[in-house]
Structure formats: C-alpha cells, structure tokens
Design a protein around this ligand. Sequence first.
Ligand code: XLS
Ligand code: NI
Ligand code: NI
Length: 438
Amino acid sequence: MSETLFSGMPTVRYAGPDSRDPLSYRYYDANRIVLGKPLGEHLRFACAYWHSLAMNGSDPFGTPSLMRPWMRTADPMQGAREKADAAFDLFRVLDVPFFTFHDRDIAPEGEDLRGSLSNFHEMVDYLGARMQTSQTRLLWGTANLFSHPRFMAGAATNPDPDVFAYSAATVKHCLDATKTLGGDNYVLWGGREGYETLLNTDLRRELDQLGRFLSLVVEYKHKIGFAGQILIEPKPKEPTAHQYDFDTATVYGFLQRYGLEGEVKLNLEGNHALLAGHSFEHEIAMAAAFGILGSLDINRGDPLLGWDTDQFPMNLNETAMALYHVIKAGGLGLGGCNFDAKIRRQSIDPADLVHAHVGGMDHCARAFLIAAAIVEDGQLDAALAERYAGWTGAGAREMLKGKMTLEAIAAAAEDRNLSPQPRSGGQERLENLLSRFF
Ligand code: XLS
Ligand code: NI
Ligand code: NI
C-alpha cells in the first residue's frame, strides 16, 4: 500500500474519561460489556466512504476546498485505488469496525453502462483485497442513482423506462458486490424518487414503478441468497420537493401497499428525521413499533437550517434518547451506526476527518452508556407500565381482542356508569428523572 494522508497517524485507542489526548477514545471502549455484550457490538460504527473520501468541500456557492491527493490523479482508476488505500488507512487509524459505500464513491463512471460496471467490479475486487488485511467490514453497500443527470427525473420512478432498466442493472451489480464483500445490509435511499411539480408527474404510475423496483430487488436478494437486510432510507425533501419515502410512517404504508413489510426494514437518519418535522427518537420508536428498525445513519442537522447538513452527532440528549429506543427495540441486529456525516467546508486538514470520527464515536458511546443506565435503572419503564396498568385488567383486554362489539362495550360502560377521572401525565417529573443521568 502506498503512503496515504493518514500514514503518519497512530491508531486511536481507548484511554478513559480522564484522558486529555484529543485523539483518544474516552468512552468508546469497544470491549466493555454493557447490557450483556461488548459496547462495540451494540454500536457497530461505520465510516461513510462518500463523505470521508469522496466529498471535496464544494457547495452551491463555492468550489472544492478539500482537494485530496487522489482527486488530482489523472487516471481516474488509479485515483480510485489511491482513494481506497487512504480509506483503509483511515479505518485503521479510527479502528472502526465497518464502512459503507455507493458504487460511484469507490469507482469512477465509465463511458457507458458496461464501462461503469467494469470499473465498479475492478474496484470491488480491490476493496476485497484491502479487506483481507483489515479489521473493517462492510456494513452496507448502495448505488448512487441520483448524481448523474440521467437520474434527474428519478431512477425507478423515471418517466423513461430505459432509466428504470439502467437503475435495475446498477442495483443488481451493487447487490452482488455487497454480497461478495460480506455486507450485512443493502440500502436504497430514493435520491430523486420524488417530484418537483404535479404538472409533469403521474404520481400513481411513479409509485407503482417504485413498488415494482423494490419487489425486484427483494426477489433477487432471495435468488442469490444474500443473507443481509434490505433497507429503505426515508427522507422527506431534498433533492426533490416531495420525496416518496417521506418518513417511517409513510414508508411503512408504502411497504404494506406492495406487500413488502416483512421483507424490507429502514435505515433511519437523524438529519432526515429533523427535516420531516420529527425527532430521531420518534422515527426510531415508530420503526420499532412497526417491527422495521434496521440501521441508523447517525448524524445531526442544524435546527436553524432547512437542509441536510449531515453533521457529526454531538447533542447528548438527542443521541442518548435515540439509542434508548434502540435498546428498547432489542438493538440494531445486523444494522449499525453509520456516520453519514461530513466535516465542514473549512475543516481542510486530514486530521479534521479523524477528530470528527473520534468525537462522533466517543459521543455515541457516551450516549449509549447513559441510555443503558436509564434502562438498567428501570424507573422510566416502571412509570410507563404504571401509566398503562389499567390495560392489564381482564375487562380492558377483552375490548381489544376483537370479540366485543361497539354495542357490547357501550352496554358495559353504561352498566358501570363510568366516570373516568383525569390523571397526570407527569412529564416534568419524568424529565427530572432523566436529567439525573446526564
Ligand atoms: C442523503 C442520504 C444518503 C444515503 C445513501 O441524504 O443520507 O447519503 O445515506 O445514499
Ligand atoms: Ni442524508
Ligand atoms: Ni443517509
């Protein structure tokens, strides 16, 4: 492996909460047993190739601010190899257990579909070889079906059937590669699956196209024996004004409509929850309630801005409560905590990338320890159980069993001449209880 931007950096290690070394983990002790298993196995952190290796700091007002060496290499395939070397060296520095990628992050676009697929498979082989000598495994793969202008009117929902077919071919090869590299999940974020104006959009047709596309992916997953999960990543807006995969509840309805609710789970992102007018914990709890919690893109947005700023998580209350609901749901299983997060445009030093991830991992570890302490304490759970205790009674349960009619319930209520008394929800008491853990 050639020299990389990170060659001179030692692997970041756990050094305890009192450590003053900014490049040490103070809370992320991957081997520490929490709630019966190692912390690292609860969190399953992943580094996102696109933000960390492919992003160049450009924004709608400015040119790239982060010109990494591999971005200047004349031969794009050689650049892709240098980028992969840098990626695996960064993973070594962070000691991060997983990574995630889009096809286009790891390999350049070719002259045509065949050329792009050939570049892609060549780089998948290269990554496979890198993985032989690395601890870092693949959390998920995905296809970039939104950057190239061919996708400007959507991928699966495009009015042009050739774009649907092009996208199908791309996803087929990405799923093959994800399986080959031992990925635990395959993610579909509907980048431009949405619309700008109904003047040029046949909504019903586009939804049916999306439903069929997803069914094709699920059929193929079973055909090749991919043991991982298929995940949809909801997002309400950006890039299109009306994204079809708006939020957890919307996607669940969509999955039900196309009979896929038992096949597909969700990859939930903090910033996307915020854009949908929800909190991260709401989206997680909602997915858990539907039984479709899959994985997390653990980042944060700026509540003052209306777009996907993809910042590293740093709000302890927000992250702890998100992870509390993950624990309550039984954990992330094959999913993990993917840093779909990018450094700011001014953070131009390679070390900034390391600081960002070390901070993010440590922050999440600390938040997880807080969430685990709340679970172990049990008072919040007890308060919840107490609030719904009335439903444990036989009479109450009868009403939900589907055997009592509305008339029967009415007759019983009249018979008992009910006069239910309001009870306090106790929110402030519970908030005070929570604040003891922070
Ligand atoms: C964009 C999405 C994207 C997905 C992967 O907002 O978060 O990064 O995670 O395509
Ligand atoms: Ni996002
Ligand atoms: Ni994301």
